[in-house]
Design a protein. Structure first.
Length: 404
């Protein structure tokens, strides 16, 4: 449910071995009769079943045979297989893991080998690009938007806010003792939406230079910090919840900032709560949100790269991608499928709209240290025991130490 990307230290050590074992077979042509292995992590029983059906349907085509392994300890299994020189032919790649896999030579670049590669959202393509190489096509994606309790809004006479001022006013109107109007996680992957809306970001576009020390960044951080200080914004911990969706579902807040994964959580855990989703309010520089995605990677060391690429091309074809996503809140990564996907779920339109302006949440190998420093500062701002200039300075230094 809550998605908070983290790089695994163990993976960084093991993946350095991933480049070995390339047989030079390339990915052109379509081998037939190959036996492929695919690694995936579990999303939910329903989504796992849809993926299994997709694999079965491909196998029925008679070109190749895919053995699907849905693994509970996915990261450990994948890094061990890569390091041992016996990788799965196809495997899920979280966007935040792409830089490490690209750096260590673990992936065959097939991003442009799929059908109509220009149909995918640009931000998603950037998320799976490392040093100019587009490695793999995104299978689906999520964005962050504003989730609100419709009954609370009606009772308070509040409309979905369109601007920062309106958001602050709505949060104030909805705040009661022990019930901040808006609750969301004190971390870069949530506060980042306000940075984007202010025209700020921790680094420049090509991630070669830190850009924390700007008026726009200070404006964004100060806005959120001030609303926390006033008691109108809160953290999940401040209301005794584990994440924003739990706080929202339990009625401990009237608004949260979450991704479309909250749909499944609300259905399963809080089915009686009536809610709606709106695009996040625009800031001084317009709309802003963040995107999260997974791609289908092909192992550089695979002995069946042509067959593996054929399988990925089939999975990411418009018809198959729609079949895999139509029953779930995860959204097709092809722009051309947006209207068709929304036809029976118009209430999720805001999440799809974010695909046009979302920022990628991916940096470079080793940058997680800077994000950890930033998160520590953000938590201090939310608690009121740190100042914006202090957070800017510490994160700028941490990032510069990494980027040089």
């Amino acid at each position: 449910m809550k998605r908070t990307p983290r790089l695994l230290a163990a993976a960084l050590l093991l993946l350095g071995l991933a480049a070995c074992g390339d047989d030079g077979s390339g990915t052109e042509g379509t081998d037939t009769g190959a036996k492929l292995t695919m690694f995936a992590f579990s999303s939910s029983p329903a989504e796992d079943a849809v993926l299994r059906k997709a694999v079965e349907d491909y196998n029925k085509l008679g070109r190749n045979t895919v053995e699907l392994k849905v693994l509970p300890e996915y990261d450990t299994a994948l890094t061990t297989a890569l390091a041992g020189g016996e990788p799965p032919d196809v495997f899920y790649v979280n966007d935040n893991k792409l830089p490490d896999l690209g750096k260590n030579g673990a992936l065959e670049p097939i991003g442009d080998k799929v059908e109509n590669p220009g149909d995918f959202y640009d931000t998603l393509k950037q998320s799976f690009t490392y040093k100019g190489t587009y490695y793999c096509a995104p299978k689906d994606f999520s964005t962050l938007q504003l989730v609100y309790n419709t009954a609370d809004f009606t009772a308070a006479g509040v409309q979905p806010p369109k601007t920062w001022d309106e958001l602050a006013a709505a949060a104030k109107a909805l705040t009661k003792p022990g019930h901040p109007g808006l609750v969301f996680g004190p971390e870069f992957y949530r506060w980042g939406v306000f940075m984007a809306q202010a025209g700020a970001w921790p680094t420049n576009d090509d991630i070669t230079k830190m850009t924390m020390d700007t008026p726009e960044m200070k404006t964004a951080l100060q806005y959120v910090a001030d609303n926390h200080k006033n008691g109108n914004f809160g953290t999940p911990a401040s209301v005794g919840a584990g994440w924003g969706g739990e706080a929202f579902g339990k009625g401990l807040t009237s608004m949260t900032i979450e991704g479309n994964w909250i749909v499944g959580a609300m259905k399963n855990d809080f089915p009686n709560v009536k809610y709606a989703v709106a695009e996040l309010p625009a800031g001084p520089k317009g709309k802003g949100t963040m995107s999260f995605s997974v791609c289908y990677g092909v192992a550089k060391a695979s002995k069946n790269k042509a067959a593996a690429t054929d399988f990925v091309k089939w999975l990411t074809s418009p018809d198959e991608q729609f079949a895999v996503t139509k029953e779930f809140p995860v959204m097709p990564s092809r722009k051309s499928l947006a209207d068709k996907w929304l036809a029976d779920k118009p209430e999720l339109k805001a999440f799809v709209a974010g695909g046009d302006y979302a920022k990628k949440s991916v940096f470079v190998p080793g940058f997680s240290t800077a994000i950890d420093t930033f998160n520590d500062g953000i938590q201090g701002l939310a608690k009121g025991n740190k100042q914006v200039d202090e957070v800017v300075s510490s994160t700028q230094k941490a990032g510069t130490d990494i980027l040089g």
